[in-house]
Design a binder for this molecule. Sequence first.
Ligand code: ARG
Length: 458
Amino acid sequence: MALWGGRFEQGVAEVTQEFGASLPVDKALYRQDIAGSKAHAAMLAAQGIISHEDERAIREGLEGIEADIDAGTFVFDINDEDIHMAVESELTRRIGEAGGRLHTGRSRNDQVATDTRLAAKALARDLMQANLGLRRALLVEADKAGATVLPGMTHLQHAQPVLLSHHLLAYVWMFTRDFGRLRSAFDASDASPLGAAALAGTTYPLDRRMTAETLGFSSVIDNSLDAVSDRDFLLDLEYACAVMAVHLSRLSEEIVLWSSQEFGFITLSDSYSTGSSIMPQKKNPDFAELIRGKTGRVVGDLTQLLVTLKGLPLAYNKDMQEDKEGALDAAHTLMQCLSVMTGMVSTWTVHADRMRAVMHRGHLAATDVADYLAKRGMPFREAHAVVGHLVLEAEKRGCDISELPFEAFQEASELFRRDITGALDIDAIVAARTTEGGTAPSAVADQFKRAQARYLVD
Ligand code: ARG
């Protein structure tokens, strides 16, 4: 008979046993569940609601159960439905009557919210750590990149040259914002629902601040209905995961492109590549693709919880039991993706010469040639048209704008002088973009310092 079986004359239908159980998922939260129970029991004793002997028996019993689960010797029974009842019924088996006093002034509704919040905090903290690891790896790569340039793109077409370090720092900033999102998910989880009981609070003189403090929560949740039905903190965590996964996916896509024969910008290390079972020559960027693929899963997890919560009346509803699987999956999946990405970028080989070699394709200097004319008095719109014609001319000759003879420039406009070569030089083009946040080495050096400083304070 289930712990709640008193008012029932029959057991549940067999098909509903597995269907209704969350144990396969929430047994992962046993540490949080036991910590929550120990804190609750200690508070009950401090408030004179249970005796100190009972509290001691409960504490020792729970510690024994925790040790057994740690050791893998604890036998879970699906009939216990969830981790809360699995632990409590085993506790009562072990210590008798005192075990039955543990649930005084408590409900599984505030219990599960407590466990889940504790787990969310731990997951957010681990992910923040992993996020820092990746940022560090990218900062190291950005630093190593030195003066390496590559074609900056829009629409995947050559646009303007940029420093490789600038390109990598763009990702560092994305992951820096992701860190902030994780931190706010942590903060959203950091309040204690314990003491809200089923939905309305209880008649026992509970000290909610005491349990909150024991469990490391910064505050207690103000409203008992909200305490048992709020899952925003999981949405926040899953959203933070989803956005970070999307950022990882974009980086993965670039890794897939860059490691292709067409680009040839990087070679992945053997340890982050796979071969083909039929084509002996293949070296595939499987893991970058897999990160890109797993992003769908993480986004799906967020969507699932949003849809699950939509339309739920206050307070607890069993639908909410569907909250944990996706959240754990999103966090665990992202954790793996972060470690794989960190290893992949730290071990790739960058082909600066190849990046340089493709610079004379796609007329990367065109904007600077137009700026050259505009700075000599021609309205920019007109300059744009003049350079458009020069590009067309170069296309007809099958060369890059930077390879046109000086006469072609002279023909296009008399404003062109010999010094036009300065506007055609890739390094000069890069060096001229000194805007704050621009790609000039001096601006990138400043940016690097700011990104590193943020890394160091996070
Ligand atoms: N297993 C449940 C969950 O994960 C715990 C809370 C159940 N409460 C209840 N009244 N059925 O949400």
